[in-house]
Write a protein that binds this ligand. Structure first.
Ligand code: ATP
Ligand code: MG
Length: 651
């Protein structure tokens, strides 16, 4: 049975009064495409502007001339939109719930009034360090409230933040400090995670050895652990915050002034410094947060991503706070103290919207349902996923055990580059299909192109490369310091389009299915195949925990199918199991998809955000493991050595 013929899941009962109903979606989508100026001119008003814009859209996708501007003569401040404008009505409402790593430590409820004071004070500390409008500030912090304060403090004074995930090495940190030309790094003493502590300060010290000696280090004393201290360079942020004024006037910023630079995950190559600007990004983050999660006043929203990823930027901080929401920040990991932690936190804080990644769902699925059943999940209304295609197996598990069939699942397809969701269901408007990101969000014109001719493929039941035909406000504006790389990466190969790098299928109902990275599409005896489909079939087998599929040169077929398979805990590899898996894939998809080689993989090379780095697996499968490319964002480099040692293709 192909995935397209699986029946649609209807919209569950109770969504009749959702913000967007089916007829609203049709009407608003049509308007957003036919009259973008009118549509976005109205949506832009969801923000407070110091000077209202008179121009809405000014964008050009022509290679050599790419330029993207939205609301270009508008003036605003992002921190005012996330804080000040809510104070009149929400001063005592919780803005951020902070859930610490150790469940025995008390959660904090930070009101909008407290958020305001902390952000203003931190902004004044930055000013006292000579940070000015346009200066870059690298934030290397764990998931603690100070990370939110630091982001919004930068926004308040017009500095550009660049967050580096706290799990990154000193090298990765140094590269980003140098590439962005940052004047300060904001870090913490130590970071508790899963019951262990990482010494962030010593990582920052090691990184700063490779940076200009003018770079200052602002240290948040979070745990109070003893760390090194370099007089004259290191500054105790919390101490300084006590001595500065609780008022810092917001800097009026142009809509097109950069808000932040964020490096991509590095799944497919050297990370790119993605630049997002103030007006368009914030409109888009706020709007998608509201509609995609059907966010209503009083809801408790939880996105489990780290603020080091774009998901954390748009759906922990900017989107929710622009909407006056209550957003949860979690310091810990899904499996500490046990595999029920997510569900325990949902029950404890009565979370209404829960947003996580397929990799987390698959990991928790392997631990059994008893961890879910222990907790009262009746507050949940909407579930979301992001980051990778979700295999139907994991989708169904999430739907049945966490959502109990009552909660729409929004499988949101988007990228660091896109600022917010581009293809996604809306809870009250879209029937879902497990594994499909479904339909475009307002203003998004997906285009399926032929990878060889670059021609547009029209109609349904087609497959190709996913491009976007026109701009939207949340789109990245450039690669930091390298507009040429921006144009070459996204606008050269398919003239007139934004090229996403992903492959997709548009089924008979017009639903989109992401088939994986374009580089991961394989061609077996003339049949083009997305690796995601073969992986999804393998993972559907009860003994398989995880699978990654790549192509390798094959003398007869052109490309052969090379599968890396991680087995469930306690399952031993054997030749019988290998034959069983081959047979399984044949019956699930067809003979053409049968793996030629299966390598047992105790672990997969993953980015720190949990995505499999197939480019490394491809090199190993090709028996060309000498030059693996940029591995700075790899979570556990040891895994790679093991895979090389046991590679199946030595030809
Ligand atoms: P790099 O660009 O450095 O290689 P990356 O692409 O992993 O890294 P992100 O911007 O974090 O960096 O991820 C975006 C990509 O994640 C998308 O292009 C897509 O391949 C994948 N993705 C995200 N959400 C989904 C989803 N819901 N379904 C399928 N794929 C998704
Ligand atoms: Mg990418």
């Amino acid at each position: 049975m192909s995935s397209e013929t699986i029946g649609k899941h209807p919209i569950p009962a109770g969504f009749e009064d959702a913000l967007i109903k089916p007829a609203d979606y049709d009407r608003m989508y049509a308007e957003s495409i036919n009259e973008p100026e009118a549509f976005w001119g109205r949506e832009g008003k969801r923000l407070d502007w110091i000077e209202p814009y008179t121009k809405v859209k000014n964008t050009n996708f022509a290679f050599g001339d790419v330029s993207i501007k939205w609301f270009e003569d508008g003036v605003l401040n992002a921190s005012v939109n996330c804080i000040d404008r809510h104070l009149e009505t929400r001063a005592d409402q919780t803005a951020i719930i902070f859930e610490p790593d150790d469940p025995k430590d008390a959660a904090q409820h930070i009101t909008y009034a407290q958020l305001s004071e902390n952000v203003n004070r931190m902004a004044n500390v930055l000013l006292s360090q000579g940070i000015m409008r346009g200066d870059r500030v690298v934030i290397y912090l764990p998931m603690i409230p100070e990370a939110a304060y630091a982001m919004l403090a930068c926004a308040r004074i017009g500095a550009i933040h660049s967050i580096v995930f706290a799990g990154f090495s000193p090298d990765a940190l140094a590269n980003r400090v140098n590439d962005s030309g940052a004047k300060v790094v904001i870090t913490a003493d130590t970071a508790p995670r899963g019951g262990r502590r990482t010494n962030l300060k010593s990582n920052a010290d090691a990184a700063l050895l490779h940076c200009s000696d003018k770079v200052r280090c602002l240290v948040v004393k979070h745990t109070g652990d003893q760390t090194t201290w370099i007089e004259g360079r290191d500054i105790d942020v919390k101490e300084q915050m006590k001595h500065v004024s609780p008022d810092c006037p917001p800097r009026p910023m142009n809509a097109e002034d950069p808000l932040f630079v964020l490096y991509t995950s590095g799944s497919t190559g050297k990370p790119k410094g993605v630049v997002h600007t103030t007006g368009g990004y914030l409109v888009y983050a706020a709007m998608t947060h509201q509609y995609v999660f059907d966010y209503k006043d009083g809801d408790i929203f939880w996105c489990t991503a780290d603020v080091g990823w774009v998901t954390g930027h748009s759906y922990i901080i900017y989107g929710p706070l622009a909407n006056g929401a209550t957003t949860l920040m979690f310091e810990g990991v899904p499996t500490y103290p046990d595999a029920g932690r997510f569900w325990e936190v949902c029950a404890k804080h009565k979370v209404n919207q829960f947003y996580t990644a397929p990799t987390a769902i698959r990991a928790l699925m392997g631990k059994g349902t008893e961890f879910v059943e222990k907790h009262d999940l009746s507050s949940l209304r909407i579930l979301g996923t992001v980051g990778e295609p979700i295999n139907p197996e994991a989708w169904n598990w999430y739907n049945d055990n966490v959502g109990k069939g009552r909660c729409p699942i929004v499988d949101t397809w988007w990228q660091t580059e896109t600022g917010g969701h581009l293809i996604t269901p809306l809870p009250g408007a879209t029937e879902t299909k497990p594994g499909s990101a479904t339909v475009p969000f307002f203003g998004i014109k997906p285009a399926v192109l032929d990878p060889n001719s670059a021609d547009l493929i029209e109609g349904n039941g087609v497959e190709g490369v996913l491009c976007i035909a026109d701009s939207w406000p949340g789109q990245m504006r450039t690669v930091w310091g390298d507009h040429q790389r921006f144009m070459e990466t996204y606008f050269q190969q398919y003239p007139g389009y934004y090229f996403t790098g992903d492959g997709c299928r548009r089924d008979q109902d017009g639903y989109y299915w992401i088939t994986g990275r374009v580089d991961d599409v394989i061609n077996v005896s003339g049949h083009r195949m997305g690796t995601a489909e073969v992986e999804s079939a393998l993972v559907a087998h009860e003994k398989v925990a995880e699978a990654a599929v790549v192509g390798y040169p094959h003398s007869v077929k052109g490309q052969g199918i090379y599968a890396y398979v991680t087995l469930m805990n306690g399952v031993e590899p054997s030749e019988d199991l290998r034959a069983e898996l081959e047979k399984w894939v044949r019956s699930e998809i067809g003979p053409i998809a049968k793996p030629d080689l299966i390598q047992w993989a105790p672990g997969m090379p993953k980015t720190r955000s949990g995505k499999i780095m197939r480019r490394i697996l491809r090199k190993i499968a090709e028996n060309d493991y000498g030059a693996l490319g940029d591995t700075s964002t790899l979570a556990e480099p040891e895994v790679v050595d093991e895979l090389i040692a046991n590679r199946m293709n030595r030809g």
